[in-house]
Design a protein around this ligand. Sequence first.
Ligand code: FE
Length: 400
Amino acid sequence: MNPTQLFDPASSTYTYILFDEDTREAVIIDPVDVQLERDLATLERLGVRLIWALETHAHADHITSAAQLAELTGARTAAPAGCDIGTAAVQLQDGDTVTFGHEQLRVLHTPGHTAGSVCFYWQRAEPPHDEPPSEPAQAPLGHEMRPDLRHDARHVFTGDTLLIQGCGRTDFQSGDAGALYDSITQKLFTLPDTAIVWPCHDYHERTQSTIGVEKATNPRLAGKSRDEFIALMNALDLPKPRRIDEAVPANQRSGLRQDAGSGGVADAAAQGYAGDITPQQAHEWMTHGKAVLVDVRTDAEREWVGFVPGALAVAWKQWPGMELNPDFDAQIRAAADDGQKTLALLCRSGVRSIAAAQRATELGLTVYNILGGFEGEPDEHAQRGHKNGWRHAGLPWRQN
Ligand code: FE
């Protein structure tokens, strides 16, 4: 199948969804915050499970929905290492691969539009053969969705590095015209001529191009020396992007606004696990099979205080003595089906589960921490269950 291309008219941004036909694992590239509902609906309609939310760079013209997608779908966020997007769970370097099912994207570091910008090159795992269209024929066309029904083998998602008959600007945000020329001519133009070019923007309703066509006809590059290109870029004299002051800081937090509060995915990513989620979110994931709920409290706590029906029990520590559970690694791996499933960890107040989440992440698992735990933090009267947490949220639990 070919990428599903989606368009945000306000910013003329293209977002892409690609997936592995076999495992139905999907990747989204450059999602836009105001299109969150559309993107979730598209994932649902395609019948795919989002596992990566990727950025080509820290955008200046729109805000990403990466952090929201991660919270709502259990996907992980990944962003170019050079873009100061500290909230991304994975920092992408040149040559890295992003795996979804049997498919892989290769990260090409292409500085110039911004110093950290990357492109993603996708050479499909299987040679193309007769397949049904990946998008149903009734999919809306035009500026809501532009499904492409061809079945090509090579695709490059060029962000703002290479556009159709153009390229990204280089006059702000660590832009560098000489670096952009080198990135395009030495990295992108050495890809096969037949590789399809999927840009992050187009302002003239064009949807795709090829490396061969751009090499031969792109007016900024074809037949131009490096110096000529630099002179041309420096003479563009473009207005400052309208949303740059708002968008860049927000995008450096994966789309979480500065007032999003502490304890979000942002802070958690830096702490070594996939992120923090609310009990409501955990319940939703559990109900829809998007994550396995794992109770890391002791056997005694579950018995005395209460438990969540359907949650697996993998104690982090055990009474008496609160010794570490020597079988934790093996049990948590089994709970995650050896990495096939995303985990959401529940403890008493959301502290012990962080340590457990960090350990499970070291084992290569995708693990979220549930804020407030089962009983919540104590209130001003040192009463548990009166402030946040699973029980406070009114979610299902039982006592023996
Ligand atoms: Fe950009």
